[in-house]
Design a binder for this molecule. Sequence first.
Ligand code: SAH
Length: 254
Amino acid sequence: MNPEVLLSRIRVVLCRPSHPGNIGAAARAMKTMGLSRLYLVSPKQFPDPEADTRATGAVDLLESAVLTQDLAAALAGTVHAVAMSARQRDLGPAVGAPRHIVANLLEAAAEGEVALVFGNETTGLSNEEVLLCQAAVCIPTNPAFSSLNLGSAVQVLCYECRMAAYAGTPPVGRQGGVTPFASPRATHDEVEGLYRHLEAVMTGTGFFNPAQPGRLMQKLRRLFSRSGLEKDEVNILRGMLASTQKPTGHGKKG
Ligand code: SAH
């Protein structure tokens, strides 16, 4: 199924968040990973300027956030819900690792709406809240310091959702490492044209002797194959080669 559709079916539910800043941070974490549906169960303070500040470019998610009185109302219509818990509990579903549980969550998302449920900053999720979920996740942390900030926990899970939705290779945008001056890959004919040109120039200068070719052309092919030539690069190299074959007009004469 289309990854964007899958991600759009994931609700991030924050139960009784105390700090509006964390609500903003959660919205930002979600939007960076392509999630958009924020549910707030009895937030202490919302809307709030601090939430807007921390959300930066994700204020639209705050504006479209759904507010409910309790978790049951936030889960209405979902087919699967996962409780986020920093600690093991006696009650409730067995606690699993994020990657494994997120894979199941996305399978369910192919059939309907799903939810990731986060707890209050101080008290976490109540047992009653955890019992409304079908699975639980604990992010593996330093055992001696296991509790993440709420916004950070949302970020980790949203990242896992994105990776899973795109089968490990989400597309990257311009800021994500695409070289702005890159050109399309050179075609087979363009690259072969370059090799012929190179061979002609090297023969002309005496660097290459076609009667005793050795491995020179094979070595050069290996070198250029490794670099993954682009159209512009082939054109530059051919321009350089051509410049050795004709008078420049701007060199000294006589
Ligand atoms: N002191 C609370 C933790 C509050 S952190 C407790 O012991 O439960 C706020 C929320 O972030 C948690 O309720 C949980 O939903 C999420 N969270 C924080 N650290 C986590 C972790 N290591 N694994 C899973 N969820 C975590």
